[in-house]
Write a protein that binds this ligand. Structure first.
Ligand code: BES
Ligand code: MN
Ligand code: ZN
Length: 497
C-alpha cells in the first residue's frame, strides 16, 4: 500500500500521529520542534538521550515514549550529525530511518524537511525526505505467500511553506518512479518477457504526457535493427524496442535516453556459469531506469524534449541463437563479428544508440548493466561514466552527485580501439585484450553515436545492492532514475569540448 504525504501546519506537540520524528544534531542538539517537545515532556527527551548514550550521529535513532503528554503516541529521534554538514542525501537517509522505525505505525509526522542548514533549499530538502521514506520503506513482497507489509500509510511534513509542498510533490513522483523501476527489476524473468516489459512501460506512461511506440519483430526487421533481432532470436520470447517521446510545447533542446533491457542474460551459447546467472534478471535495469524517468518529466515540468529508446530481449542459448563467429549488421549499416554471445548488451545498444543519434538530439545518455569489468574497476556502488564530450560528461556527473548516485569517469582512449578490430567485419564484440573490459565495451558503443555528445553509464555494479543500506534495500536499487530526472530538469545543451 503506498504512503500518502501531506503538509501539516499543526505544531509538533499537538499533531495527532502514531510516531513523531524529530531530528537531532551531533552532541544532542535538538532539531526543529525538539525544544517544544522536550518542554512538554518535562525534559524527557534530553534525559532519555543521555541515558541511552544517543549522540545525534548520522544514522542513529532512539524511540522515546510520550506517556500521553503529546499528540503523538511516541517520538523517534533521528541523528543527523553536524547541522552545517547536513545534505539532501543525509535527509534522504534520515527519511529511510524514519520509514523503518514506522513499519508498525499507521501514521508519522516529522519536521525533518526543515532540518537542513540555511543554504539547503526547502523544496530540495522536502523532496529528499519524501524520497527517503518511500525508498527506505520499500519492500518487494510480490512472491510472499503471507506478506507482512509496513503499516505506514500517512506521513505529515510539519511546516508551512509552499516550497515544502512543491518538494513533497516532486519527491512523491520521483520516489514512486524509483519504486516502479525496483519492482520491475526484481520481477523474475519468467514473468517479464520483452513483450510484457513493453506493456508495463505502456501502462506506466499512460497519462504521463509521453507517447509510447512498441516495435515488434516485423517492425524491428523493417527498421533494420540487426542487433536486437540477432540477440533476441535465441529466445522463445520475441524481442521488442520501445520508443518514448516527451515533447513539451516550446522545448528548447532535445535529450535522448537509451537503456539496456536484457530481461535475462544466460550468456547465450557462450553460456554463463550458474553463479553468474543468479542475478541476471537485473540485466534490464538500464531500460527500467529510463522508462521510470520518462514517467516523471511532466510532473517535474521539464521543458526539454526527451526521447528514449529501450531495446528489450532475452539472451538465451537455443537452435535459433546467434553463434560465436556470426556477423550482425546494425541500424547504421556497421557490422560486428560476435565472438562471445555474452557480450550482448553492446549489440542491442548499438541499434538503439544509432536510432537515438539519427534523431539528432543535443545529447545522448545510455544506462546499461554492461560489464563485470566495470565492477572490478569501481566496485559495486559506483557507476562508470564514459563520454565523447567532457562538458556533457561533467553535466551528467553533477546531476548524479546532486542526487547521491555516485559515478566516476573512465577514459575512452583511441589506442584501445585496435582491441575491437575484427578479421572479417567492421568491429568485434569482445576485446582481444584481457584488460579494460568496461572501456572496450564503451569504445564499441561509441561507434554508434556519430558526433552527438554522448555519455555511457555502466551500472552493472550499483543496479543491485547486496544488503540493506540507507534508502536502498537488498535487491534492485533503481539506480539512475533520480540522476536522469535531475538531468532532464536542468538540461542545457553541452558546449562541445
Ligand atoms: N550483463 C552482463 C554484465 C554484468 C555482469 C552485469 C555481472 C552485472 C553483473 C553482460 O552482458 C556480460 O555478460 N558482460 C560480459 C562481457 C564479456 C563477455 C566481454 C562480462 O562482463 O563478463
Ligand atoms: Mn552478457
Ligand atoms: Zn548482459
Amino acid at each position: 500500500m503506498p504512503v500518502t504525504f501531506v503538509v501539516s501546519t499543526v505544531s509538533p506537540t499537538q499533531v495527532k500521529t502514531d510516531l513523531l520524528v524529530i531530528p537531532v544534531y551531533s552532541e544532542r542538539v535538538l532539531g526543529p520542534g525538539g525544544d517544544e517537545v522536550d518542554a512538554d515532556l518535562d525534559g524527557g527527551l534530553v534525559a532519555f538521550m543521555e541515558q541511552a548514550a544517543f549522540d545525534g550521529k548520522e544514522g542513529e535513532k532512539l524511540v522515546v515514549p510520550t506517556g500521553g503528554a503529546l499528540g503523538a503516541s511516541s517520538v523517534v529521534l533521528i541523528g543527523l550529525g553536524k547541522r552545517e554538514e547536513v545534505t539532501a542525501d543525509g535527509l534522504r537517509k534520515a527519511g529511510a530511518v524514519a520509514a523503518k522505525a514506522a513499519h508498525k505505525a499507521g501514521s508519522a509526522s516529522t519536521t525533518l524537511a526543515s532540518a537542513g542548514p540555511a543554504d539547503l533549499d526547502m523544496a530540495e530538502a522536502a523532496q529528499a525526505v519524501v524520497e527517503g521514506v518511500l525508498l527506505g520503506g520499500y519492500e518487494y513482497l510480490e512472491y510472499k505467500s503471507d506478506p507482512k507489509p509496513s503499516k505506514l500509510k500517512r506521513v505529515s511534513l510539519l511546516g508551512r511553506s509552499g516550497a515544502l509542498r512543491r518538494g513533497m510533490d516532486r519527491g512523491t513522483s520521483v520516489g514512486t518512479a524509483v519504486i516502479w523501476a525496483r519492482d520491475i527489476v526484481n520481477t523474475p524473468a519468467r514473468d517479464l518477457s520483452p513483450a510484457e516489459f513493453a506493456r508495463a512501460a505502456q501502462r506506466l506512461l499512460r497519462g504521463k504526457g509521453v507517447k509510447v511506440e512498441v516495435l515488434d519483430v516485423p517492425a524491428l526487421k523493417r527498421e533494420r535493427l540487426g542487433g536486437v533481432i540477432g540477440v533476441g532470436m535465441g529466445s522463445e520470447q520475441p524481442p521488442r524496442l520501445v520508443k518514448m517521446t516527451y515533447a513539451p510545447t516550446k522545448s528548447n533542446a532535445t535529450l535522448a535516453l537509451v537503456g539496456k533491457g536484457v530481461i535475462f542474460d544466460s550468456g547465450g551459447l557462450s553460456l554463463k556459469p550458474a553463479g553468474g546467472m543468479e542475478t541476471m534478471k537485473t540485466d534490464m535495469a538500464g531500460a527500467a531506469a529510463v522508462i521510470a524517468a520518462m514517467s516523471v518529466l511532466a510532473d517535474l515540468g521539464v521543458k526539454t524534449k526527451v526521447i528514449a529508446f529501450t531495446p528489450m530481449v532475452e539472451n538465451m542459448p537455443s537452435g535459433s541463437a546467434i553463434r560465436p563467429g556470426d556477423v550482425l549488421t546494425f541500424r547504421n549499416g556497421k557490422t560486428a563479428e560476435v565472438l562471445n554471445t555474452d557480450a550482448e548488451g553492446r549489440l542491442i545498444l548499438a541499434d538503439a544508440l544509432a536510432l537515438a543519434a539519427e534523431a539528432k538530439p543535443d545529447a545522448i545518455i545510455d544506462l546499461a548493466t554492461l560489464t563485470g569489468a566495470c565492477m572490478v574497476a569501481l566496485g559495486d556502488k559506483i557507476a562508470g561514466l564514459m563520454t565523447n564530450d567532457d562538458s556533457w560528461g561533467a553535466q551528467v556527473r553533477t546531476a548524479a552527485d546532486t542526487v547521491g548516485e555516485p559515478v566516476w569517469p573512465l577514459p575512452l582512449p583511441k589506442e584501445y580501439k585496435k582491441f575491437i578490430d575484427s578479421d572479417i567485419a567492421d568491429i568485434r564484440n569482445t576485446s582481444t585484450s584481457n584488460y579494460g573490459g568496461a572501456i572496450t565495451a564503451g569504445l564499441f558503443l561509441e561507434e554508434f553515436v556519430g558526433d552527438v555528445p554522448w555519455v555511457h553509464l555502466d551500472i552493472a555494479g550499483p543496479s543491485r545492492v547486496s544488503s540493506d543500506d540507507g534508502y536502498t534495500r537488498r535487491g534492485a536499487s533503481g539506480f539512475g532514475v533520480r540522476t536522469l530526472a535531475e538531468l532532464a530538469s536542468r538540461f542545457h545543451v553541452p558546449s562541445r569540448k
